[in-house]
Design a protein around this ligand. Structure first.
Ligand code: 0A1
Ligand code: ZN
Length: 886
């Protein structure tokens, strides 16, 4: 490997040359594909006499012409990454480039490749350079046409971006299609699909009355499973019009589902390409979680049409400009389609389980990274999920209508441009005349801020004070940090459990009004911007219980002086449902940490009865939303607890979580059984909030019961399994039975495979379930599954299910004998040869190795060193492995 080059945001330069139009022609063949491109080039703003450098990887140059003439040999050069024209003509000129590529051999699934016999592309972030020589960077925006020629029987369907302007027959059983995209776009949004596909067709009438044809393409046998995807697409189109006033801008919108795809999906202009698992669903084969994910991701990709495509990123450091914003939009969409509180809870759990650990480890980076070696490594939970939190904070600070004004101004200013996070900030600020002083630090400082809150009530003065102090922990390359702008949504509960009316607060030596239109409020948003800051509420008749950070108004770790009694009070009374859940989680985290300490000191574990009563009262509260109950009785994840420990102890955390689950299950057995029985349903599967919530609660209750060694429960779970009429219920029963090793488990797993072996998406669930099992020594079973006919190292979904699933089992991945680490080390080296992006995602499981005890540290470190020493290592894996070790 050449020494990998680190690329820095501070080195960004505007391009010297711009592209006006690009005409591409693909001759798709069985051995090779010929790509001809004609590009109209013109000088950039500055004008230039510098060389024109085009990116190109794994390409064979067949011919090159500049303004129709072949350049002399010493006028250009080609190396393994670039084609350089030393002195291009001044003014406008054309380039004609012909290259040869080999999609059949492309296992990286980047550029043009084959999936199940069909051609498809993936160009984000830098895959277009594997198709032809180009300035492969998002600030090069051009108009494209795409001419495709291929065998008619093998590839009856030929698709690209924009409108189909011509198609016809050719000699030798071939045919062609010409597509034209009327919008300028960066190369990463280019797409081509050719193959044997059929479509589900529908139409959407936009609010201005235009008719848009919608087509979802899959192999014929999968078409019946696209009903939900089509429903989701139409719902997303309507939602974007209603909430943001954004209409679709072409007459055709295509979605193609492919089984081999590195990520979830891709927002190519008018030709979204999806991992099949995020398109295909039927009640029999997909769970409620799958249905919800499809809704969210179809929405996400569709929303990119405005946030990403019409307005794109100037450079890849700005990725969160489109991703943070589009995740925020898909979160809001899913909230509006289901339960807002439950969606918020799920998103915050994801943030805590995956993003907080990243932000505290060697791969910590700001929402807008300062540097990268391989951009593919920065499609992270920080850029996506923390980025979405940053967008949410604008809305919290500016209100829904202020946020909408900011969005309108953003599109008014930047439609058709490639812009930066500052441009988004400026639109929000200017549309609202807002003072948002140090808000931009959210883009540049990594690390999760710690916010500490101390409260005091003065009965005489009738004032209630909250003192905030904040600290942002150091992260790689950033040792000293400045205080952040933290919006803290807050309410104060009186002893009657109701929100107190709030009208004014002392802050910075002034009495500030917080009333709105002269009316007191029940929730106010405090703007915490300094290292230490006090807010004093006046006219507070009794000591309140503060409900702080309502709706999780900022992505921080909060510590407060709330007592357990305060937390139980909030759990029972808070008008902010998110904070009701949060109070329960804080109690559970405290409990788990104290039991972990007991476990480590070999003390017997006991569960305090107040916690059990708290859970019982939530479980039996008929007034609550069932999906909310499910969330509220679910303990924090093991990853979340390990993340808040000094030294992460996977065995102790697993033992404690298992212990509490079992205690709750035996203490609440009757209530849980009643919950299962009263929430069964015989009606047909419908994906709506009420039905989903009922299934969720029933299945969480069943999972609790499954932790008991109790033949009655085994009978119950077997009954649920055999009578289930949909995958949600069937799989939940399988999960309940999966907890206890033995013949019943083996039989039921075999039965499930026999039933579903023809359906690769269901088989992946079966692989993942076994991979994640906490049965001691499970690594051997996982190794065996590598040879199972259902497994294939070339298919990312299967790797994520089996290898990724295994890394999520704390006890087996972190096994003290190092067997889990050794397995992952071997897999990474093998995978890297086929698909560096997938290998790099897998190697990330090692990155927090310093959080564990010394024995584990040494074992994990040895694997990282072994990986780094491997021959021909990709830049992707190199970046993660080397940063993890540093
Ligand atoms: N932009 C897509 C996801 C995506 C990102 C990177 C990829 O390759 C490195 C592929 C797809 C989205 O946000 O949906
Ligand atoms: Zn996206």
């Amino acid at each position: 490997m050449d020494t990998p080059k680190e690329i820095f945001l501070k080195d960004y330069k505007q391009p010297d040359y711009l592209f006006e139009t690009v005409h591409l022609k693909f001759t798709l063949g069985e051995e090779k594909t010929i790509v001809s491109s004609k590009i109209v080039v013109y000088p950039g703003l500055e004008g230039s006499s510098s060389p024109l450098v085009l990116d190109g990887v794994d390409l064979k140059l067949i011919s090159l012409k500049v303004d129709g003439k072949e350049p002399k040999e010493d006028d250009f050069c080609v190396d393994s990454r670039h084609l350089t024209l030393y002195s291009p003509p001044s003014g406008k000129f054309t380039l004609d480039i012909v290259t040869e590529i080999y999609p059949q051999k492309n296992t990286s699934l980047e550029g043009l490749y084959k999936s199940s016999g069909n051609f498809c592309t993936q160009c984000e972030a830098e895959g277009f350079r594997k198709i032809t020589f180009y300035q492969d960077r998002p600030d090069i925006m051009a108009k494209y046409t795409c001419h495709i020629e291929a065998d008619k029987s093998l590839y009856p369907v030929l698709l690209s971006n924009g409108n189909l302007i011509e198609q016809g027959e050719m000699e030798g059983n071939k045919h062609y299609a010409i597509w034209e995209d009327p919008f300028v776009k960066p190369s990463y949004l280019f797409a081509l699909v050719a193959g044997q596909l059929e479509s589900r067709d529908d139409t959407f009438i936009t609010r201005s009355g235009r008719k848009v044809s919608l087509r979802i393409w899959t192999p014929a046998q999968d078409l019946p499973k696209t009903v939900h995807a089509m429903y989701s697409l139409k719902a997303a189109m309507k939602w974007d019009e209603d909430v943001f006033g954004l209409e679709y801008d072409l007459d055709l919108f295509n979605i193609v589902a492919v089984p081999d795809f590195n990520m979830g999906a891709m927002e190519n202009k008018s030709l979204n390409i999806f991992n099949s698992k995020l398109v295909l669903a039927s009640p029999e084969t997909a769970t409620d979680a799958d249905y919800a994910a499809i809704l969210g991701v179809i929405g996400h990709e569709y929303f990119h049409n405005w946030t990403g495509n019409r307005v794109t990123c100037r450079d890849w450091f700005q990725l969160s400009l489109k991703e943070g914003l589009t995740v925020f939009r898909d979160q809001e969409f899913s909230s509006d389609m289901g339960s807002r509180t439950v969606k918020r809870i799920a998103d915050v759990s994801t943030l805590r389980t995956y993003q907080f650990p990243q932000d505290a480890g060697p791969m910590a980076h700001p929402v807008r990274p300062h540097s990268y070696i391989k951009m593919d490594n920065f499609y992270t939970v920080t850029v996506y999920e923390k980025g979405a939190e940053v967008v949410r904070m604008y809305k919290t600070l500016l209100g829904a209508s202020g946020f909408r004004k900011g969005m309108d101004l953003y599109f008014e200013r930047h439609d058709g441009q490639a812009v930066t996070c500052e441009d988004f900030f400026a639109a929000m600020r200017d549309a609202n005349g807002a003072d948002m002083s140090n808000f931009l630090l959210w883009y540049s400082q990594a690390g999760t801020p710690r916010l500490n809150v101390v409260s005091a009530y003065d009965a005489q003065a009738k004032t209630f004070s909250l003192k905030f102090s904040q600290e942002v922990p150091p992260s790689p390359g950033q040792l000293v940090k400045e205080p952040m702008f933290i919006p803290v949504a807050l309410g104060l509960l009186g002893s009657n459990g109701k929100d107190m009316p709030l009208s004014s607060v002392y802050h910075d030596g002034k009495l500030e009004s917080i009333a709105i239109n002269g009316q007191p409020v029940h929730t106010t948003v405090l703007r915490v911007t300094k290292k230490e800051e006090e807010f004093v509420f006046t006219d507070i008749p009794e000591r309140p219980v503060p409900s702080i950070l309502r709706g999780y108004s900022a992505p921080v770790r909060m510590d407060s002086d709330l007592t357990d009694a305060d937390l139980y009070f909030l759990l029972a009374n808070d008008s902010d449902e998110f904070n009701r859940w949060e109070a329960g989680q804080v109690l559970a985290r405290k409990l788990m940490l104290s039991l972990v300490a007991d476990f480590q000191q070999n003390k017997p574990l006991t569960l305090n009865s107040q916690f059990l009563h708290g859970i019982r009262s939530i479980l039996c509260d008929l007034s609550l939303d069932k999906e909310f109950i499910g969330k509220a009785i679910t303990l924090p994840t093991e990853a979340e607890i390990m993340d808040i420990m000094e030294v992460a102890d996977p065995d102790a955390v697993h033992a404690v979580r298992t212990f509490i689950r079992k205690e709750l299950a035996s203490g609440l057995k009757q209530e849980l059984l009643d919950t299962v029985k009263s929430n069964r349903s015989s009606e047909e599967y419908v994906f709506n909030h009420l039905n989903m919530a009922r299934r969720a609660l029933k299945n969480i209750a069943l999972a609790y019961l499954g932790s008991l060694d109790d033949p009655e429960i085994t009978e119950l779970a077997l009954h649920e399994y055999s009578t289930a009429t949909n995958m949600t219920d069937q799989f939940a029963a399988l999960v309940a039975l999966d907890q206890k090793p033995g013949k019943t488990r083996d039989d039921i797993l075999a039965d499930f495979y026999n039933k579903w072996q023809h359906d690769f998406l269901v088989v992946n669930k079966w692989l993942a379930l076994q991979a994640m099992a906490d049965i001691p020594g499970n690594v051997e079973n996982v190794r065996k599954l590598l040879d199972h006919p259902a497994f294939d190292l070339r298919n990312p979904n299967k790797v994520y299910a089996l290898v990724g699933g295994f890394c999520r089992s704390p006890v087996n991945f972190h096994a003290k004998d190092g067997s889990g680490y050794k397995f992952l080390g071997e897999m990474v080296v093998q995978l890297d040869k086929l698909n560096p992006q997938v290998a790099s995602r897998m190697v990330s499981s090692f990155s927090r190795w310093k959080r564990y005890d010394e024995t584990r540290q040494n074992l994990a470190k040895a694997q990282l060193e072994m990986i780094l020493a491997a021959n021909g290592l990709s830049e992707n894996v190199f970046e993660i492995a080397s940063k993890s070790l540093s």
